[in-house]
Design a protein around this ligand. Structure first.
Ligand SMILES: [Zn+2]
Length: 377
């Protein structure tokens, strides 16, 4: 009897939101990290658990993820929060960052390969500002450097009115009288009383938020990334300006091959916010429930879709996890096609609900593969 020659199979390509992302052996993932002042609520947790899962799925498909997750430790929101609490902004940032890393470890989120902190990237931001000035993509006024942002909203399909509202909401100061256009964005912001300042060729000042992320992403990864990840609320202005500045700087577009914006978590239909007093913090959740249950509650849904948190979601998540673990305990070795089915379902837009159904039904090695790939061990 002759044994048929084995045919090497190519793992399925990843599809995100209906788009195929062809990859070779590595994938660069840049995730907009935290501004360390009110971490860690369930919204942060959902974003970073999904980014971690994207990396794990890529690895299961034979692609090594290289993850960079920054820390925005120079930020007006952070400085203002520190002022309210009577602490130094860098002390507050260091403390919150420590808490955040503990929460991520508890949720079985792998540490990123790179974790740049904005305060170490002031010099690259100054170089970025100078290059944007040289390209006439930015101009200097009163010691600040502004990126010409009039066309950015249009490029992501937003009307001016919405763009102005979002710019104001996210600290973009559209009413700054020094700007030529209200949608221009500070690459370098001249110093004001009470804010940290560094020397620059223009005036002592601090980097703008979008420019910080551009400097960190390009310093770590070069001209672009395969995946740029973050919460859905970062679409505009942050991600849109990030891409626009990076593309002007490198002359290469698109900056990101794919965007991985994770759906937002609401509570009773409302956005989670400190000001609304409805933050669901991770600490008490993890004190009352196993981390794997919280993780599965986050993952057992479409990654890009907004969802509403209620405590009622935890019991069904615990039940589902139990079924998966029971299935994984069935000591059978799964045939290659069972494993391939799990990989194929995850490769299809990270379809965790379908992969869970299949793994629970198939059991054995297929369920064990899913336990590992979803970080639920
Ligand atoms: Zn960012």
């Amino acid at each position: 009897m002759t044994v048929p020659p084995s045919v090497p199979s190519v793992p399925p390509p990843l599809t995100l939101a209906g788009r195929r992302i062809a990859l070779l052996d590595r994938a660069r993932i840049y995730a907009c990290g935290i501004t360390p002042y009110d971490v860690t609520h369930l919204g942060h947790a959902a974003t970073f658990v999904w980014v971690d899962t994207l990396g794990r799925v890529l690895r299961a498909l034979g692609v090594e993820p290289i993850v960079c997750r920054n820390v925005t430790d120079v930020d007006d929101v952070l400085v203002e929060a520190a002022r309210r609490s009577g602490s130094r902004y860098d002390d507050l940032a260091a403390f919150q960052e420590f808490q955040f890393e503990g929460d991520m470890a508890a949720l079985n989120v792998r540490a990123p390969d790179y974790e740049p902190r904005a305060h170490r990237y002031v010099e690259p931001v100054i170089r970025l500002a100078q290059a944007l000035l040289d390209a006439d993509a930015a101009y200097e006024r009163a010691g600040s450097v502004y990126f010409r942002g009039e066309g950015v909203a249009r490029s992501v399909g937003l009307d001016t009115e919405t763009a102005l509202r979002l710019a104001a909401e996210y600290g973009g100061r559209p009413d700054d009288p020094a700007k030529e256009h209200p949608l221009d964005a500070a690459v370098w912001q001249a110093s004001e009383e009470g804010y940290p300042a560094w020397d620059s060729p223009w005036a002592p000042g601090r980097p703008g938020w979008h420019a910080e992320c551009v400097a960190m992403a390009l310093s770590v990864f070069g001209i672009g990334v395969d995946f740029h990840a973050g919460g859905a609320d970062l679409r505009y202005p942050h991600h849109a300006y990030h891409a626009a500045m990076a593309e002007k700087f490198t002359g290469t577009a698109p900056y990101a091959r794919a965007w991985f914006r994770v759906g937002k978590v609401t509570v009773d239909g409302a956005k989670m916010a400190k000001s609304a007093g409805n933050l669901v913090m991770l600490d008490p959740l993890l004190a009352a429930h196993p981390a794997a249950v919280v993780r599965l509650m986050i993952l057992d849904r479409p990654w890009a879709r907004d969802w509403d948190y209620t405590p009622d979601l935890l019991a069904p998540a615990a039940e589902r996890l139990d079924k998966l673990h029971t299935a994984a305990g069935r000591g059978i070795r799964s045939p290659e096609e069972d494993l391939a089915q799990i990989r194929r379902l995850l490769a299809e837009d990270l379809d965790v609900p379908a992969a869970l159904d299949a793994a629970i039904a198939l059991g054995g090695g297929a369920a064990r593969l899913l336990v590992t790939t979803l970080g639920l061990a």
